[in-house]
Ligand binder design. Structure first.
Ligand code: FES
Length: 144
């Protein structure tokens, strides 16, 4: 019998794509997960409204690693508008699903993408993403 994780989740966990720092990033977002306190940092390089490169670093769990890895693949080469439409649900679906108790982990990826775009917009236009409020601080202690 298969475990709680799909093969795709396992693959992205064992071989995460786009891990690390992006020295020439022009948008960097960091968010914390209010449920578990884990942290995710997302670097994007934007040129002519297209995300030409993206990397992430996380202190999150395996599900956070897998969802971020998938999220980076899904937004690479996309416009900012397309990347902003990426939901954690869509990422989880692209991974053939996540266990319910792990859905909160996928929120890190979605919010980190938004935070990076928010940072990019602030740097280039002086105005951030309208209505964007990342969870920067963990709200409470939580067992993994
Ligand atoms: S990201 Fe914290 S438990 Fe998954």
């Amino acid at each position: 019998m298969a475990g709680p994780y799909s093969e795709k989740v396992m693959d992205h966990f064992m071989h995460p794509r786009n891990v690390g720092e992006l020295p020439d990033a022009n948008g960097i977002g960091q968010v914390g997960n209010p449920v578990c306190g884990d942290i995710m940092k997302m670097y994007i390089k934007v040129k002519d409204n297209i995300i030409t490169d993206v990397k992430f670093q996380t202190f999150g769990c395996g599900a956070a690693i897998a969802t971020s890895s998938m999220a980076t693949e899904l937004i690479k080469g996309k416009t900012l508008e397309e990347a902003l439409k990426l939901t954690n649900k869509a990422v989880a679906e692209a991974l053939d699903g996540l266990p319910k108790v792990k859905m909160h982990c996928s929120v890190l990826a979605e919010e980190a993408v938004q935070a990076a775009i928010d940072d990019y917009l602030k740097k280039t236009t002086g105005k951030g993403l309208p209505g964007f409020k990342p969870h920067e601080e963990p709200l409470e202690e939580h067992e993994h």
